[in-house]
Write a protein that binds this ligand. Structure first.
Ligand code: GLN
Length: 487
């Protein structure tokens, strides 16, 4: 498969047109998607129109790098007039009247939208199995899950349905499926990318992230979507200095530096043997490159996962209050009062996991329990953030597993506790608003991909990408993804 850079070269030299490229990707999706179920809504008419527009721009010369390149969006990222349903019956038929800022920025660069990808309902989950359209399948071996919640985007990039895709990461939903499908997944710093037009799960954690076949490509896409936005007051220009990397290119300052990495005990305790071995290989590799690497402890991390689930469910229960059968999507028949309409619509429209989260969230926010649960979780959140900051006073980045366990087959890992544990290594970065990336780093006993994570300090994507690229150079395995990316 071609990288973004190779495709862009070909487009610029007019060896291929964006229309031809778009049709080639459409052909690939139509051929393979019936088995993989990675794409749930196709926007082919829009894609062909955008491709024609891109070709005109390319013919004029001076088109941006991303002009004419196809992309897919997770089904919770709005694009004007296109189905965007969070893979929930509750939003069936919903076509937003506006574009998410992240997509708008890509469209301005000339990118071509092919469709929306499969996900856990409202992004609650780690397997993508709660989608109302059925689960996507892992392109490396379809008897394995893709992970989630952005499983469709991860599978799509892995299978070569698009060179890059966007997802969202509230507790790990970009990094974990990227790890399971053998691609790169970057969750930026909270506030680096506008959430405008991203359908909310837990607003103080949600970030749009990117999937790509390589770290460099992920860096380019991140550079295209990041930045302040008057529609999202949490966005921040950050501390990206002029010389800092914004576009996938290493700055001179990074290129020659000696990295200092920390391995955090609490993020690598109790993980599967195969994941542990991959982490050990990465440790040895980094030592061999002359980097400084040491084990540290952030004791508060043992409470990070419960704190994450308390706060995430609290925010979700409040965010999902808007689905009342009046304003959006599914509306129950035959209700005699507003209350009955809301109750029936919500009961029919939401799946079991969504209901579970709303009940948990309402419980931890309710009078009498607020102090015991919600407030305490917020205190843990502060302590965890301080622990990370202290670590970054001495170290550039943290090296950690992405998932504590190897890719499950369909039917394995069913209990709620097992599923919630999936976020053990990823949710801490969301609790603290830190940038983190998952990079393919090894293969498990079943031949399935294992990703490792690089976590960095706030707004220091430059160092995260730099370290990730080193990891990629050292450990990248080759997976046969169905004639997809790795080939
Ligand atoms: N698995 C986590 C959850 O269910 C993370 C999901 C996400 O990042 N959207 O909350």
């Amino acid at each position: 498969m071609n990288t973004l850079f190779e495709l862009s070269e070909k487009l610029k030299k007019r060896e291929i047109s964006s229309l031809e490229l778009t049709k080639a990707y459409i052909g690939r999706i139509d051929e393979k998607n019936p088995l993989l179920n990675a794409v749930v809504h196709k926007t082919y008419d829009k894609a062909l129109a955008l491709a024609e527009r891109a070709d005109k721009r390319l013919a004029e010369g001076n088109a941006p790098l991303l002009c004419g390149i196809p992309v897919l969006l997770k089904d919770n990222i709005c694009s004007e007039g296109d189905l965007t349903t969070c893979c929930s019956k509750m939003l069936s038929g919903y076509r937003p009247p506006y574009d998410a800022t992240a997509w708008k920025r890509l469209e301005e660069q000339g990118m071509v939208l092919l469709g929306k990808t499969n996900m856990d309902e409202f992004a609650f989950g780690s397997t993508s199995e709660t989608s109302c359209y059925g689960a996507p399948k892992n392109p490396v071996d379809p008897s394995f899950i893709t992970g989630g919640s952005s499983g469709g985007s991860a599978a799509a990039v892995s299978a070569g349905f698009a060179p890059v895709a966007l997802g969202s990461d509230t507790g790990g939903s970009v990094r974990q499926p990227a790890s399971f499908c053998g691609v790169v997944g970057l969750k930026p710093t909270y506030g680096a990318v506008s959430r405008y037009g991203l359908i909310a799960y837990a607003s103080s954690f949600d970030q749009i992230g990117v999937f790509a076949g390589s770290v460099k490509e992920a860096g380019v896409l991140f550079g295209a979507i990041r930045g302040t936005d008057s529609h999202d007051m949490t966005t921040c220009a950050g501390f990206y200095s002029a010389g800092k990397r914004q576009d996938g290119e290493l700055s001179a300052a990074s290129a020659g530096r000696r990295l200092k990495l920390a391995i955090v005990r609490e993020l690598s305790d109790g993980i599967d043997e195969d994941v542990k071995n991959t982490l050990e290989r990465a440790r040895a590799y980094f030592s061999g490159t002359g980097a400084e690497i040491a084990e540290v402890s952030i004791p508060s991390l043992v409470s990070a996962l419960p704190a994450y689930y308390i706060i995430a469910c609290a925010e979700a229960s409040s965010n999902l209050g808007r689905y009342d059968g009046v304003r959006y999507g599914h509306r129950a028949e035959g209700a005699a009062s507003f209350e009955e309409l809301a109750v029936k619509s919500r009961n029919e429209g939401f799946g079991d996991e969504v209901k579970r989260r709303i009940m948990l969230g309402t419980y931890v926010l309710s009078g009498g329990y607020y102090d015991a649960w919600y407030r305490k979780a917020c205190e843990v959140r502060e302590t965890v953030a301080r622990g990370f900051l202290k670590t970054f006073e001495k170290y550039d980045v943290i090296l950690a597993p992405t998932s504590p366990f190897i890719v499950p087959r369909f039917g394995e890992k069913r209990g709620a506790a097992d599923l919630y544990r999936a976020d053990m290594c990823t949710a801490p970065a969301n609790l603290s608003g830190l940038p983190a990336i998952s990079v393919p780093s090894g293969t498990d006993r079943n031949g399935m991909p294992i990703g490792l994570q690089i976590i960095g300090n706030r707004f220091d994507e430059e160092t995260v990408l730099f370290a990730a690229e080193k990891l990629e150079q050292g450990l990248k395995p080759q997976h046969d993804t169905w004639g997809g990316y790795a080939c």
